[in-house]
Design a protein around this ligand. Structure first.
Ligand SMILES: O=C(O)CCC(=O)C(=O)O
Ligand SMILES: [Fe+2]
Length: 363
């Protein structure tokens, strides 16, 4: 990894500790796996979205070379000096290149990233190196198809018109599809207790769905319904699908957006590279429970809002905030009260000052 000469203000951000996953191998085994081409895929996808809000998708039809090409181009980009990356992409506001700072409300993590908007198969950053841009465009076209297929299966599993959800997201005129490339270099710092360093703090994704690919380096964890955190074993041959907040609302809470976070790789491990497609919809799209999923007399758990309104509200919050909270109509729809049983290592605590300084020197 080439040393980064980041602006001093970026070097001085406090890093956070991230507890290790505490659900062990049983937690990893609880992550559903769905063969997208199998006859029962719609029911399996719906069950996974209901029970965990997250699943591994196999037989997705994307050739391995597509993600591999993006990985090597992205790693070459991230190895450039910080100023070059900023010059090519602009500072993330929120689109562009960001380092260690996520959003504008003080969230930090041991990562750098590119956040891009996708429109009609063209990734909107004209000054990226052409080979990276081309790899991103190929990847995006392929992953959108996976997203579209998953949305069709979700619709089928819910018993609504098969094209309904896909039409809200994929290639929608004036829509809001994003791609994020996250790079987590190995962190030279050891966190106290049974903790790692936070790469990406816990959060839910606000969109309808997210489709994630990562290289072989572990780090992603999801929160299970019982409150324990499960490690997600990396599998570059699969995609991982998240239920987002908007899909939780569209299903009136039948599906739950999954909390997830990333612990940065320890020194000696490889870099983690992940690429996430976020399937949002048009800003004017009303986000409300689909009438077809509601039982007779069932009330919406949420007040009505548009995607534009929700996104604006989400951008004003911290990553870990319960962003749907202000939109809920009844206490019954709030987070399950399962405790995080890791008393010695609270998530989000700043690393001790001395270690912060150590990091500032190294990275
Ligand atoms: O990098 C990862 O594995 C997950 C990142 C993530 O959750 C996000 O970018 O929203
Ligand atoms: Fe996420």
């Amino acid at each position: 990894m080439v040393a980064i000469t980041a602006p001093s203000s970026v070097d001085q951000i406090p890093l956070m500790r991230c507890p290790k996953a505490n659900a062990g191998q049983a937690g990893a085994a609880a992550i559903p796996c769905v063969d997208l081409s199998a006859p029962g895929a719609a029911a399996a996808v719906a069950e996974a979205c209901r029970s965990v809000g997250f699943f591994r998708a196999t037989n997705h039809g994307v050739p391995a070379g597509v993600a591999d090409a993006l990985e090597s181009r992205a790693m070459a980009f991230f190895a450039l000096p910080a100023q070059d990356k900023l010059d090519m992409s602009g500072a993330a506001r929120p689109l562009g290149y960001g380092s260690k700072s996520i959003g504008s409300n003080g969230d930090v993590g041991w990562l750098e990233y590119l956040l891009l908007s996708v429109t009609a198969n063209s990734v909107k950053i004209s000054s990226l190196p052409p080979s990276l841009r081309q790899a991103l465009e190929e990847y995006t076209a392929a992953v959108r198809e996976v997203g579209g297929r998953v949305l069709e299966l979700i619709a089928e599993g819910l018993g609504v018109d098969r094209a309904l959800l896909r039409g809200m997201v994929v290639g929608r005129e004036g829509g809001d599809e994003l791609v994020r490339v996250n790079h987590y270099p190995p962190c030279p710092l050891r966190a106290p207790g049974d903790c790692g360093v936070t790469g990406f703090g816990e959060h839910t994704d606000p969109q309808i769905i997210s489709v994630l690919w990562s290289n072989c380096t572990a780090g992603l964890q999801i929160k299970l319904r019982d409150g324990r955190w499960a490690p997600v074993p990396p599998d570059p041959e699969s995609f991982f699908v998240n239920v987002g907040d908007s899909l939780q609302v569209l299903t009136n809470g039948r599906f739950r957006s999954v909390k997830h976070r990333v612990v940065a790789p320890a020194e000696g491990a490889g870099s983690r590279l992940s690429v996430i497609y976020f399937g949002g919809t048009a800003p004017s799209q009303r986000i409300a429970p689909l009438p077809q999923v509601m039982r007779d007399g069932e009330q919406s758990l949420y007040r009505e809002f548009t995607w534009g309104e929700y996104k604006r509200a989400a951008y004003k919050t911290r990553l870990a905030d319960h962003r749907l909270g202000p939109f809920e109509l009844r206490a019954a729809s709030s987070e399950p009260a399962a405790a995080d049983p890791q008393p010695h290592c609270s998530s989000g605590t700043c690393m001790p000052q001395q270690q912060q300084q150590q990091v500032a020197k190294v990275y």
